[in-house]
Design a protein around this ligand. Structure first.
Ligand code: AMP
Length: 412
């Protein structure tokens, strides 16, 4: 199931176009490319999931196969502006060489004379990977001098790191302004295409599912989606702030007291706009925050004191899965319960299954990164939905309708 056309230029709201790497003549040129190689690693620094590397391969191949040299730059973890071997991209360079079957030259830093020499003498077919950008505090400060140093490492700028596009850093924003030719990588374009068409011209009914622990980070996205969706289905820890706003007792469930008023406002706005802002009708509650806790299923008018809500209940699952089954477009962000504990993963799994089923029947289904991406991968359903975004924070900000600095920088 796909709506992605990699060769199409992508128009933003202002009518300008974002150029695809495929439309840039790269032969003999160095393409300074921001990628997101912020991969998870275990204690021995072994990469535990290389999805982020493999997702960038189409862009890298597009450059190398046409005679260009990719000069890749990324961050890894939070080294706090200092060199720290724990956060070196060296293991990524090795994995990249395995995945591409090409020679990867790993630079000892991301700026400086030695790096400049390495870039200057590199040959077509080789790939350069710079050391972690965040070994320099100037990366996150969007520092003009640092940007200038990076600028010297390429002839063309390309951004394929959707996951960091919501940050105005040197490598995502400042450096782009110094290039005449800027473009988007194929992963970036794919993300913008899927999320953009879901928001701009959704097949209806358009259903959003929002969960996760807290309402605080998602107020703006709920407000914005209220103006676009036919239904918004609430789950996860944030449902208890809504239930409290509706005057219900929620036992010891997670709640944000200072967000109760805003939850009331959101419920009122939904009523005014005629949007179905659905709050669960039942929940699985537990006597402690543990997989082995005692549990019971209760309707939301009867949550016992000293018990906490850990998952949505069966009636809610039925209600939500039937809305998903009839949707034209579904966007999901945030688990329905504490899915990391098997006894409280049922609601999240049911939503994931319903999305897979809806996809089979022709709906556009999008998972917005972060914990929901982890959940859908845990259930083995990542390839059964239309699109799983690689950017948690970035996809949320995109759904809020914000302009992402990393995307704005590509509008020339
Ligand atoms: P977020 O980072 O806000 O997207 O939240 C994701 C986290 O929310 C996951 O780790 C879930 O375990 C957690 N979560 C989901 N439902 C609940 C709940 N009912 N109580 C506490 N945490 C929850």
């Amino acid at each position: 199931m796909g709506i992605f056309q990699p060769h199409r230029r992508l128009a933003d709201e202002g009518g300008t176009v974002i150029r695809s790497i495929n439309d840039v003549d790269v032969r003999g040129k160095k393409i300074l490319t921001r990628v997101d190689f912020n991969v998870p690693q275990d204690e021995q620094r072994r990469i535990t999931d290389d999805t982020r590397i493999s997702e960038s391969l189409p862009t890298i191949e597009s450059i190398v196969s046409r005679g260009g040299i990719p000069v890749l730059m990324s961050h890894l973890g939070r080294p706090k502006g200092r060199r720290d071997e724990k956060y070196s991209l060296n293991p990524v360079a090795e994995r990249l060489a395995d995945l591409t079957h090409r020679e990867v030259l790993f630079a000892p830093d991301c700026i400086g004379k030695e790096v400049e020499d390495l870039v200057r003498t590199a040959e077509p077919t080789q790939i350069i990977l710079l050391e972690n950008l965040r070994f320099h505090a100037e990366e996150e400060d969007n520092d003009p001098v640092f940007c200038k140093s990076l600028r010297g490492l390429g002839d063309v700028y390309c951004n394929d790191a959707f996951g960091t596009a919501h940050r105005a850093h040197s490598s995502t924003s400042g450096v782009a302004a110094l290039f005449d030719t800027v473009c988007a990588g194929l992963l970036m374009l794919k993300e913008l295409q899927y999320l953009g068409s879901a928001l701009e011209k959704p097949q209806r009914p358009f259903v959003s599912i929002l969960g996760g622990s807290k309402i605080s980070g998602k107020i703006d996205v709920i407000s914005s989606l209220l103006r676009k969706c036919d239904s918004i289905l609430i789950g996860g820890g944030m449902m208890y702030t809504f239930l409290k706003a509706m005057g219900k007792e929620i036992g010891t469930s997670i709640v944000e007291e200072d967000r109760i008023e805003i939850a009331k406002t959101l419920l009122d706005t939904a009523r005014t706009l005629g949007v179905n802002l659905a709050v669960p009708v039942d929940a699985v509650v537990a006597d402690s925050f543990s997989n082995d806790a005692k549990t019971q299923m209760v309707d939301v008018d009867h949550i016992p004191s000293n018990w906490m809500g850990m998952d949505i209940g069966l009636s809610t699952v039925e209600m939500y899965t039937s809305l998903i089954a009839n949707a034209g477009t579904v966007v999901w962000n945030g688990p329905m319960g504490v899915f990391e504990m098997p006894n409280f993963s049922h609601g999240t799994r049911a939503v994931a299954n319903a999305m897979a089923e809806a996809t089979r029947k022709g709906s556009i289904t999008i998972v917005g990164g972060g914990d929901s991406a982890a959940a859908i991968s845990q259930f083995g359903l990542s390839t059964s939905v239309t699109h799983v975004s690689t950017g948690g924070g970035a996809s949320l900000e995109f759904l809020e309708g914000k302009t992402l600095p990393g995307v704005a920088a590509l509008n020339k």
